[in-house]
Write a new protein. Structure first.
Length: 252
């Protein structure tokens, strides 16, 4: 479609794409180590190459299950590879990124971008927020999650905005913004994108999710808690209206 942007594509595949896992390594290497890790924890694993592009990668995740059984590793136009999964709650690559950063000896990054939805009350991912979470290849003394190097979060929950910044401040951060009088002005997606771009991971660049891509299927020994949900069902569970991503104005 003419004029279609990377943001349009990400919103088309929400809520799966609200959380983006990134590792600074080639997709083939990330997929190989992901398969090895899953086998080591007792899962039966298969892998296959996919057509390039975000759409083909996300389409390959269905059905959506608890726990997750499918992950895609998607190469980008830079040094980073993205990870998405088929969790029935919409996907959360945090544990995979944190572990693989250490295993691969590379930086890891989790990008969270959950927008305002008027129908989200009581839904999964009902909060609105933006988060930047950077992981080190090495353990970080005092880190809340082992190797978490830096976290900057702005989350709205129960109609209140909450801002937090933990860990080692990075040279590209606009720390003056963190002192803004209005809490919701302290961090936003524009600033999130600036931080990611400083690391060479501009997820909103139109050619970012270029490929190659790999699908990893792994089956937990204890079986699944549900038979699997469709993409339409997890969108409904996340409070997305039928016409999404045509979104209303965000209230203060």
């Amino acid at each position: 479609m003419a004029g279609r942007t990377a943001r349009d594509a990400l919103e088309q595949y929400a809520p799966v794409t609200w959380s983006i896992g990134l590792l600074q390594a080639p997709a083939e290497q990330v997929a190989e180590q992901l398969c090895s890790w899953r086998e080591e924890i007792g899962r039966a694993v298969t892998s296959a190459a996919l057509p390039s592009g975000l759409g083909a990668a996300i389409d390959a995740l269905a059905p959506y299950t608890a726990p997750w059984t499918r992950e895609v590793v998607l190469g980008t136009n830079g040094q980073w590879s993205a990870i998405f999964d088929n969790s029935a709650i919409g996907g959360d690559p945090t544990s995979s990124v944190s572990y693989l950063a250490g295993r691969l000896r590379v930086p890891g990054l989790v990008v969270l971008r959950t927008p305002y939805r008027p129908d989200a009350k009581g839904a999964r991912h009902s909060y609105q927020g933006t988060a930047f979470r950077l992981y080190s290849p090495d353990p970080v003394p005092g880190a809340r999650d082992g190797n978490g190097l830096r976290s900057v979060d702005l989350i709205q929950d129960d109609n209140r905005w909450h801002f937090g910044a933990w860990g080692e401040q990075q040279e590209y951060e606009d720390v003056a913004r963190y002192a803004s009088r209005r809490v919701r002005d302290r961090f936003d997606e524009e600033l999130l994108r600036t931080y990611c771009s400083a690391l060479g991971a501009d997820y909103l660049a139109d050619d970012f999710f270029r490929g190659p891509s790999y699908l990893i299927r792994s089956h937990p020994a204890r079986g699944l808690r549900n038979a699997g949900s469709t993409f339409a069902e997890i969108r409904q569970s996340a409070g997305l209206p039928p016409d999404w991503p045509e979104s209303p104005s965000v209230p203060d």
